[in-house]
Design a protein around this ligand. Structure first.
Ligand SMILES: [Fe+2]
Length: 373
């Protein structure tokens, strides 16, 4: 699935191989497995607890294999692998990425001070539009591992003081969860690849943080998948892509979706104030494709007054579905999906007249549009 996205690089948010539990051969297996994309796209890691906190594995396996840009050393780092690369940062186009370390003694306080300097620089640099942090532990989570209040304090403070800081990506809890902006920052837990999901069933609720979800939680799901980040001049598109379905054992799903389809989406814009809080759900269903005519590609936007199953698709003039843009259970709110002018097989659709259809709780719309080439 990662290779199919042809990524420029991949953020690997910790607990990379589980060799500590399953043996050293798993380190080789993991790095062999990812070669399907890692020969073309950089492997950009954050360290997780499984890389260092038990006797079965340590960070030499990872620090020695990977060459990280602007490497930084944390206080408290394990002595056996104490040669830097505890966290790092880099600029990709108009985005500054700052990784954060594991919570070794003094490591987060030290990171906070130095990340603040890096964010101050980025904030005053007109070529940087967005700041993104990435690491293993969540600051906000209603999954198996709750958010860490110390990390939350640091990230909230950095968000309040840096309007370009809009996104944090983490792992640790084996689930997907997206928050509303917290001090301007959306937090995504993306622990949905490579290992079992971590449900904590209690009655009908699978979430350790309780049901219904806490107020900060915009959308959460137990389902395998990957998260795709697409960066533009003024926007970050976040798409959670559906992976293989779970089972009735340790991989219970609480959403259903089609493999490869988008099960959660949000657009982060640079021109919306950092202090913006959550939107209430829209009053009624609506949907539109823009621009029309479409010049090779466009955007489908629709409003869902309540959560439920939704789909958006493109049909040709004969009514044949040529592209499924999204299909699955979505949260209430405004959803926006890019349509790149291609069919489900990836072929460029010829110029002509097509239909777009959107169905969601509260309504259904089918309208004609023209595509120019
Ligand atoms: Fe972890």
């Amino acid at each position: 699935m990662v290779a199919d996205q042809r990524p420029a690089f991949t953020l690997m948010v910790g607990d990379l191989t589980y060799a500590n539990d399953h043996g050293q051969a798993q380190v080789d297996n993991h790095f062999n497995d990812v070669m399907v994309w890692s020969q073309d796209a950089a492997y950009m890691p954050a360290w997780g607890n499984h890389e260092w906190d038990s006797s079965g594995d340590d960070l030499r396996n990872y620090k020695s294999r990977l060459d990280l840009p602007n490497p930084q050393t944390s206080p408290g780092t394990p002595a056996i692998s104490n040669y830097g690369e505890d966290w790092y940062w880099f600029d990709y186009g108009n985005v500054r990425f700052i990784a954060y370390p594991e919570p070794w003694s003094g490591a987060w306080a030290d990171w906070y001070t130095r990340a603040k300097t890096l964010m101050d620089q980025a904030q005053s640099d007109p070529t940087i539009t967005f700041i993104v942090t990435m690491g293993h532990r969540p600051a906000y989570s209603s999954g198996h591992h709750p958010g860490d209040s110390t990390l939350r304090g640091y990230m909230d403070d950095l968000g309040k003081n840096h309007s370009k800081y809009k996104l944090n990506v983490n792992g640790h809890s084996h689930d997907y969860e997206r928050t509303y902006p917290q001090s301007g920052v959306i937090h995504i837990t993306a622990g949905i690849g490579g290992s079992s999901l971590e449900e904590d069933p209690s009655g009908s609720c699978l979430w350790a943080g309780g049901c219904p979800a806490p107020a900060y939680s915009a959308f959460r799901a137990f389902h395998h998948g990957i998260v795709r980040l697409t960066f533009g001049l003024r926007a970050i598109q976040i798409d959670a892509l559906c992976g293989p379905a779970g089972d009735g054992g340790t991989n219970l799903n609480d959403i259903s979706c089609t493999q490869g389809g988008v099960f959660d989406h949000v657009t982060i814009r640079s021109d919306i104030a950092a202090s913006r809080g959550p939107d209430g759900p829209p009053a009624a269903f609506s949907a539109a494709l823009a621009p029309n005519p479409v010049l090779g590609g466009g955007t489908i936007t629709f409003a869902m007054p309540r959560a439920g199953r939704a789909s958006a698709s493109i049909q040709d003039l004969a009514g044949r579905r040529v592209r499924t843009v999204v299909e699955g259970k979505l949260a209430a709110g405004i959803h926006q999906y890019a349509f790149d002018g291609r069919s489900d097989t990836g072929a460029r659709l010829p110029a002509g007249v097509y239909f777009y259809s959107v169905s969601a709780p509260g309504g259904m719309i089918t309208r004609r549009f023209a595509m120019l080439r």
